[in-house]
Design a binder for this molecule. Sequence first.
Ligand SMILES: *[C@@H]1O[C@H](CO)[C@@H](O)[C@H](O)[C@H]1NC(C)=O
Ligand SMILES: *[C@@H]1O[C@H](CO)[C@@H](O)[C@H](O)[C@H]1NC(C)=O
Length: 395
Amino acid sequence: MNQQWLYILICMLIVLRTESFFVDITIVQSAVAKGAVCLDGSPPAYHLDRGFGAGINNWLVHIEGGGWCNNVTNCLARRNNRLGSSNQMVKQLAFSGILSNKPQFNPDFYNWNRVKVRYCDGASFTGDVEAVNPVTKLYYRGARVFLAVMEDLLAKGMKNAENAILSGCSAGGLTSILHCDSFKALVPMGTKVKCFADAGYFINAKDVSGAQHIEEFYNDVVTTHGSAKNLPRSCTLKMKPSLCFFPQNTAKDIQTPLFIINSAIDSWQIKNILAPGVADPHGLWHNCKTDINKCSVNELQTMQGFRSNFISALSGLGPSASRGYFINSCYAHCQTEMQETWFRADSPKLFNKTIAKAVGDWFYDRSPFQKIDCPYPCDKTCHNRVFDPQEHPLI
Ligand SMILES: *[C@@H]1O[C@H](CO)[C@@H](O)[C@H](O)[C@H]1NC(C)=O
Ligand SMILES: *[C@@H]1O[C@H](CO)[C@@H](O)[C@H](O)[C@H]1NC(C)=O
């Protein structure tokens, strides 16, 4: 290797090193006695980086994402990977973006206690089935896992929290919505509590073949995991429990302040709600789904229709001034965990504000933020994702 390349490589490694750092896993052994276990029966886990200085009594609890398993076949497949077993999880995780410990990368939360809760139940921490099938040996216990992990964090100091946030990305973002009020109820009365969901506002929309694919999928998830009793009651009293898996049907009744960060053309939702494989058997959408620059005029038009549906569904948040939202039109999914989209000179902005600034200003009541971007491709601050064409999403 010539010297110049070596030099560039070293510089890149230094940048990567300083923009993120590794945090050890904590296995919650005490959860097993409570039956609060991953799909395979192993104990749940999280990664905690302790707060310091003025942030010592502030807690950010951020939930990992990773889709859902809707039936025995798909849950069995998960049992052998990190999304279903703590035995398969890496022992250290890189913290960056909202989990960063440096003020220049994470101005409002860098000195908080920052926790990333690992996702291993497959139903956004809503499941609770007592019986364990002797053949499959699958445990559907997400709601118990949530409680056991929170109890462990309370004992580690969260019981003295002055400020607390429940957040998460993707299926973890959905968790932070569905569990927002129960999280608030667990921390002390005087704690200032807010929740935010990054890419967790999944909408109930028809796919390109006209079928209700995501609605059926969520119905299977809720049935398989016995989730109904752990979904917000204000919603399950009014409609079919599986519909209460959609934030648009539950968000209005959440009492705790809530902030939504989402793209109206979220790449996961385009790939799995609008144009899932089953709705596009000939793969006509394949190129468009991997790279938005490759979409045809018709496909872009269909996507703009999805954006309109998304914005309509956002009214499910209700009119409360305690709500905040940052809705851009970037082909992206999860924008808080990566430094480049959370807080950097070239990060996405809406009305000249980064996501980090909008969330920080909202949490500390410095200023509200309720903004929706103009349609794709008008926003030049986007980091649009380009996916590996070989990648085939699960659903
Ligand atoms: C499980 O769900 C997947 C995806 O929705 C489907 O293809 C498969 O047939 C289902 N399996 C069973 C046993 O229902
Ligand atoms: C946007 O923010 C930057 C830095 O905070 C500032 O320098 C610039 O003037 C702002 N631009 C507008 C149009 O408000």
